[in-house]
Ligand binder design. Structure first.
Ligand code: BEZ
Ligand code: FE
Length: 261
């Protein structure tokens, strides 16, 4: 384990406490050899399947760490869990930004324009910010799972269009979907009776020189899973009500970044 802050000293503080809490739980439940070997086997499978981030998410540990890391940043846009589905080097998109290509299945979706301004918490426009967004298609799948979609579909990086920090991109309204549940974490969810659904959302990573990077998600009012997201990541301040127009929807989402100093 490496730690950004404190190094070995931090390790020596946190790990013995974590082990003591684990030992106390094992004693309280009188856990025996065969059960403990099952736990070790499960963790081995989680590692082999590259599902540790997913395990952290569905146990709501990621939400806790996000709150501990960013919980007091009132004036800034609320941060949220990144999840395991970010892909490095997403396509750069020029204005007018559209982050998808149509594919068989996409015709059932609603076109959505998301727009807003990127500013500092004091309201200074940040036209040189870079936004990086990713989401599922309108029938519930990420490009990395869905063979019908070209690589990089419903992903993109781009900058605001003018000096006011205004940005806009065209996408399609995502739908609720299940987190990957065909591996060891899926078996765990089934065993403890936790459903695998997430409410529809769009992920954002926003960076600007001199400001703290923001990772967050936007959700949509009326979604049946807002109150029971399997990773528990919904925050009221991140829920939006898209506005209906003749042949598309619009959704406003301003982004406020905190200075890094
Ligand atoms: C996601 O929103 O992409 C996600 C978050 C946690 C687990 C799986 C997927
Ligand atoms: Fe997601």
């Amino acid at each position: 384990m490496t730690t950004a802050v404190g190094g070995k000293e931090r390790l020596a503080q946190v790990v013995p406490d974590a082990i003591a809490a684990l030992h106390e739980t094992l004693k309280r439940h009188d856990v025996r050899e065969d059960e403990w070997m099952t736990v070790l086997q499960f963790l081995t499978e989680v590692g082999r399947a590259d599902e540790f981030v997913l395990l952290s998410d569905v146990t709501r540990t990621s939400v806790l760490i996000d709150a501990l890391s960013h919980g007091d940043e009132d004036a800034a846009t609320a941060s949220d869990v990144e999840g395991p589905l970010y892909v490095d080097d997403p396509p750069w998109r020029e204005a007018p930004v559209k982050i998808y290509e149509e594919y068989a299945g996409s015709e059932t979706g609603d076109v959505l324009f998301v727009r807003g301004k990127v500013t500092s918490t004091e309201g200074t426009p940040l036209p040189d910010a870079v936004l990086d967004v990713w989401q599922t298609g309108p029938d519930g799948g990420y490009d990395v799972w869905d063979e019908r979609q070209p690589e990089g579909n419903f992903r993109g990086r781009f900058s605001p269009v003018d000096e006011s920090g205004a940005y806009e991109f065209q996408t399609m309204l995502p739908k609720p979907y299940t987190v990957p549940n065909d591996g060891p974490v899926g078996r765990y969810l089934e065993a403890i009776g936790q459903h695998p659904w997430r409410p529809a959302h769009i992920h954002f990573k926003v960076t600007a020189s001199g400001y703290k990077p923001l990772v967050t998600q936007v959700f949509f009012a009326g979604d049946p899973y807002l109150d029971n997201d399997t990773i528990g990541a919904v925050k009221d301040s991140l829920v939006r009500s898209p506005e209906k127009h003749d042949d598309h929807l619009t959704c406003d989402f301003d982004i406020r970044l905190r200075p890094s100093s």
